[in-house]
Ligand binder design. Structure first.
Ligand code: SAM
Length: 225
């Protein structure tokens, strides 16, 4: 996979919609830290990239250093960049693993989590696979957990269906933010159901070959996943 995702991350510096998406995700993470003062937060990030959404907030928020987090990504150079930021910011409770996040065992010992980031995944997997992922979320989430997710609204727009899938699994919508001048969007849902034990062998999702991904229907300039 090397190269493709490094190039995708470089667009954070040049693509206003992707940057806007990042700021919305960071705001949602900040809201979580602000609203859960009673006990340390447990967070996970699947396909975390270089972790810039979560790590920037943990490095700057007064409660950031109390958060126990596990980030997982397969791209070594992105993980190395994230680990350098963890070191620089002194985030001793954060663990950044260079592993396959698509198998549940990558999160053994880090769940149930209070905050689950699934950003940049939904546009890369088949629709039925995404539905199965939403059904697996009660294995990752503590009661009251917030899931933050992203997905492009390129045609046919799957986001209304995704939001319904969340509701069916007892996730109540906190917000859904379409990014202006792009098809990108960010959703956040709160888990109001009963957590389930993690099945470490469960497959959570499978990234499709690039040409087959739903996001390949987006315009080349769109931060679609
Ligand atoms: C679109 S990027 C999103 C990165 C980050 N979440 C963000 O929104 O900035 C997708 C990420 O998924 C990672 N990835 C793809 N398949 C993966 C897998 N099976 N396990 C872990 N990471 C994976 C890539 O390395 C890449 O960093």
């Amino acid at each position: 996979m090397s190269g493709e995702w490094v190039a995708w991350h470089a667009r954070y510096g040049t693509d206003p919609a992707l940057h806007h998406r990042l700021e919305i995700v960071r705001d949602l993470v900040r809201d979580e830290l602000g609203s859960r003062a009673a006990r340390p937060l447990r967070a996970i990030s699947l396909c975390a990239g270089d972790g810039r959404d979560l790590l920037e907030v943990l490095a700057t928020h007064p409660r950031g250093r109390t958060v126990r987090a596990r980030l997982v990504d397969l791209e070594p150079s992105l993980v190395a960049a994230g680990r350098a930021e963890i070191e620089r910011a002194g985030l001793s409770e954060v663990d950044f693993r260079c592993e396959d996040a698509s198998v549940a065992r990558a999160f053994a010992g880090a769940v149930p989590a209070d905050l689950v980031l699934a950003c940049g995944i939904f546009g890369n997997v088949a629709d039925d696979d995404l539905h199965a992922f939403v059904r697996h979320l009660p294995e990752l989430c503590a009661r009251g957990a917030t899931v933050v997710w992203t997905r492009g609204r390129f045609a046919p727009d799957l986001t209304p269906t995704i939001r319904r899938w969340f509701e069916e699994e007892r996730f109540r919508e906190i917000t859904f933010v379409p990014i202006p001048d792009s098809t990108a969007s960010v959703g956040a849902h709160r888990f109001e159901g009963t957590p389930r034990p993690l099945d470490p062998a469960a497959r959570l999702f499978t990234f499709l070959p690039e040409a087959d991904r739903p996001s390949s229907r987006a315009a080349p300039s769109d931060p679609a996943p």
